[in-house]
Design a protein around this ligand. Structure first.
Ligand SMILES: *[C@@H]1O[C@H](CO)[C@@H](O)[C@H](O)[C@H]1NC(C)=O
Ligand SMILES: *[C@@H]1O[C@H](CO)[C@@H](O)[C@H](O)[C@H]1NC(C)=O
Ligand SMILES: *[C@@H]1O[C@H](CO)[C@@H](O)[C@H](O)[C@H]1NC(C)=O
Ligand SMILES: *[C@@H]1O[C@H](CO)[C@@H](O)[C@H](O)[C@H]1NC(C)=O
Ligand SMILES: *[C@@H]1O[C@H](CO)[C@@H](O)[C@H](O)[C@H]1NC(C)=O
Ligand SMILES: *[C@@H]1O[C@H](CO)[C@@H](O)[C@H](O)[C@H]1NC(C)=O
Ligand SMILES: *[C@@H]1O[C@H](CO)[C@@H](O)[C@H](O)[C@H]1NC(C)=O
Length: 246
């Protein structure tokens, strides 16, 4: 190949790469991220923005044409065009009889995600083999809010790999015995842990709190437990919300 030909080949390559990235961000956000958000919208089965929701889900503007970085509940990094924050709280209406298993794998495309709020959705758990354990590649995730769902202690094993996590809320779920709870000690950056209002939690979990050495804030409010909280195992702790006395 002559150098002339070579140089036009390289230019073509550069052009293709540019076109590729233009295509991806042409509507301001990455195709795969928009599609994933639309998958969630389909799961939530949002038909309108009012009744029977406690708060309006506000997802009507989520469509396959617009820039997902401009959607309510979504925040992007304007330099990279990547989604960094998703707030999906109160997007699924309360239905006493419904059993809701989320396919968490739909969140895989959000490689730069820092914060995910799935609170107040009455989720029962993850779809089989499609749970949060599939998302450990999201190495920037710092804030995870799973509060006010219907998760039981089996949720814990799906959370073990999130080593970047700084804040985790499991408040208002159906956690009870915490077998394997101490395995969460592997979350060595965890600063905020909210376990409040899990009325089935009892004192048997207190000993497993020894070992959350990076914790700064711990909430055990609204649980049924008594006995000393082993704060000596949490040297950085500055705030603690105690269980109500029983
Ligand atoms: C979506 O909601 C409508 C209206 O509430 C309901 O009739 C339908 O069964 C729901 N679909 C799914 C897949 O849950
Ligand atoms: C819905 O989203 C729009 C657009 O981001 C915003 O202006 C509005 O305040 C939101 N409404 C509610 C009820 O959150
Ligand atoms: C956005 O991404 C750029 C480039 O990776 C980074 O320098 C910046 O800190 C990010 N901003 C936010 C708010 O994450
Ligand atoms: C949903 O969560 C966001 C932050 O994650 C918060 O600002 C907003 O007020 C919440 N919405 C409701 C209805 O609680
Ligand atoms: C879960 O979502 C992923 C990603 O969208 C998809 O590939 C997979 O088939 C889904 N799993 C099920 C059981 O629907
Ligand atoms: C905990 O939740 C999982 C997922 O929903 C379910 O399969 C399991 O039966 C539940 N375990 C208990 C003890 O309720
Ligand atoms: C705490 O709960 C576990 C599981 O629900 C139970 O086996 C244990 O006896 C309880 N311990 C106390 C002190 O109530």
């Amino acid at each position: 190949m002559s150098s002339m030909e070579w140089s036009s080949v390289s230019w073509l390559w550069v052009l293709l790469v540019l076109l590729h990235s233009l295509f991806h961000v042409s509507r301001g956000c990455f195709e795969e991220e928009r599609n994933a958000l639309l998958d969630y919208k389909a799961f939530a089965n949002v038909t309108d923005d009012t009744s029977p929701y406690i708060f309006p889900p506000n997802l009507t503007s989520w469509d396959d044409k617009s820039n997902c970085c401009a959607w309510p509940r979504v925040r992007c990094n304007h330099t990279t065009g990547r989604v960094i924050e998703i707030s999906l709280n109160y997007t699924i209406p309360y239905d006493r009889d419904a059993v809701m298993y989320l396919n968490a794998t739909i969140f895989l495309p959000f490689v730069d995600l820092q914060s995910l709020d799935l609170s107040s959705n009455y989720l029962d758990g993850w779809l089989k083999n499609e749970g949060f354990e599939r998302l450990h590649g999201l190495t920037k995730l710092q804030v995870l809010d799973l509060s006010w769902n219907k998760f039981n202690s089996s949720i814990v094993s799906s959370l073990l790999g999130f080593s970047s996590l700084k804040s985790l809320s499991l408040a208002g779920n159906f956690l009870e015995e915490f077998q394997g709870f101490e395995r969460l000690h592997g979350l060595t950056k965890l600063q905020v842990l909210d376990l409040s209002s899990n009325n089935r939690l009892n004192s048997s979990i207190l000993s497993s709190l020894l070992g959350f050495s990076s914790l700064k804030s711990l909430s055990l409010a609204g649980n049924n437990m008594e006995g000393p909280i082993p704060i000596q195992g949490m040297p950085l702790l500055t705030s603690i919300y105690r269980p109500r006395p029983i």
